[in-house]
Design a protein around this ligand. Structure first.
Ligand code: CA
Length: 190
């Protein structure tokens, strides 16, 4: 009697198959990650454009932009989506003073923004993944900005002041962020 020949994978064949599967899986996961990051960036850009629309309408009505909710530097106020009510025009750090000049409300108070306050898809303070607003004290110059994950060219060529933020702003941003204040990485303090 001949011994029964069982067709089976050798260990080497199994290892090769496992390696190929692992490689394919990593390619698929990497492209999924990249697609997700692009989708998050698209949402960020759309959200900032919505803020821009509201801010321009606000300016048309009141001749100035809303307050930020903190005095983040002597020349400007700041706000971010890490505090409740982004662009709500309230000075949470000094509610008694509020805005020094009326109107003391923001986009929702003006009826210019009705949906829920959008947040950065990652909304991670430690990673700086949020939406930010800076407004000069006279409320004639503003910058609203966030970090993108996949589009450094857009962050660089948006007409803003920092290459590592996607920005939509109005006015001379160098008077909002004096250039000697911004470090090498253009870290904006808010
Ligand atoms: Ca920029």
């Amino acid at each position: 009697m001949h011994p029964e020949h069982k067709k089976a994978f050798t260990l080497i064949e199994l290892l090769v198959v496992i390696a190929i599967i692992a490689m394919l899986a990593s390619i698929i996961f990497a492209s999924l990650d990249s697609a997700r990051a692009k989708a998050r960036d698209s949402k960020r850009i759309l959200d900032l454009k919505e803020f821009e629309k509201g801010l321009l309408l606000f300016f048309d009505t009141y001749g100035m932009y809303p307050c930020g909710d903190s005095q983040s530097a002597p020349n400007r106020m700041g706000d971010s989506t890490f505090s409740e009510g982004f662009l709500n025009g309230e000075r949470a750090d000094n509610p008694l003073a509020g805005c020094t000049v009326s109107p003391e409300f923001g986009l929702k108070g003006a009826g210019l923004y009705s949906s829920a306050w959008p947040k950065d898809p990652l909304n991670d303070y430690a990673q700086g993944r949020g939406y930010y607003y800076a407004v000069r004290n006279d409320r004639q110059v503003y910058d609203v900005f966030t970090r993108l994950e996949t589009n450094p060219t857009l962050m660089k060529n948006d007409g803003g002041i920092c290459d590592n933020y996607y920005e939509i702003g109005v006015g001379d941003l160098s008077t909002l962020f004096p250039l000697d204040e911004l470090g090498e990485n253009c870290e904006i303090s808010l």
